[in-house]
Design a protein around this ligand. Sequence first.
Ligand SMILES: Cc1cc2nc3c(=O)[nH]c(=O)nc-3n(C[C@H](O)[C@H](O)[C@H](O)COP(=O)(O)OP(=O)(O)OC[C@H]3O[C@@H](n4cnc5c(N)ncnc54)[C@H](O)[C@@H]3O)c2cc1C
Length: 186
Amino acid sequence: MTASSASAPDRLQAVLKALQPVMGERISTAPSVREEHSHGEAMNASNLPEAVVFAESTQDVATVLRHCHEWRVPVVAFGAGTSVEGHVVPPEQAISLDLSRMTAIVELNAEDLDCRVQAGITRQTLNVEIRDTGLFFPVDPGGEATIGGMCATRASGTAAVRYGTMKENVLGLTVVLATGEIIRTG
Ligand SMILES: Cc1cc2nc3c(=O)[nH]c(=O)nc-3n(C[C@H](O)[C@H](O)[C@H](O)COP(=O)(O)OP(=O)(O)OC[C@H]3O[C@@H](n4cnc5c(N)ncnc54)[C@H](O)[C@@H]3O)c2cc1C
């Protein structure tokens, strides 16, 4: 079977089979988990992903994207699902890639006024964690959004006039391309 000759359901099964040894129980096809990942905060947009995969590292993300790219299976990243324009709604025969377990603060450099975080940490959690330094992360889109989701939507919010949007506050990114290649920006 090849990606160009196989049907969409067969390609999806090929990806899940390839991911099973690496991701194991971090692949879920439970109806409740699929339902949670079928929509954001938009009122009328939803569609079930066939499976939800929970990434815990950049390498996990790269592995999922590499297999999805190889088998031409659609994959949609999922942070906190607070976006309001249907961004997280998967197409048919797709995988939802959940980043919400990637919550580490990798580096905190108070004197440089910066930090490095994983994509799934929420802005509220980040602010609680750095409160003792006297610093805060100012972009506030209202919902309990993840930093990765906020980067993807270039979030703004109530403090944007004074402190800027994500564009002004993000110094660099580790990006996994659709092929699974990992690049650094900034
Ligand atoms: C009450 C309310 C008020 C809001 N007000 C504002 C506002 O004032 N300004 C504003 O900008 N937004 C606002 N929003 C929208 C929302 O909070 C933002 O779009 C936020 O940036 C989404 O973050 P999230 O973690 O929920 O991302 P999700 O909704 O999970 O995902 C959003 C998009 O980012 C992609 N994505 C998620 N994580 C990653 C990742 N790690 N890497 C790559 N792509 C990723 C998803 O595939 C999707 O396309 C509001 C939402 C609500 C519910």
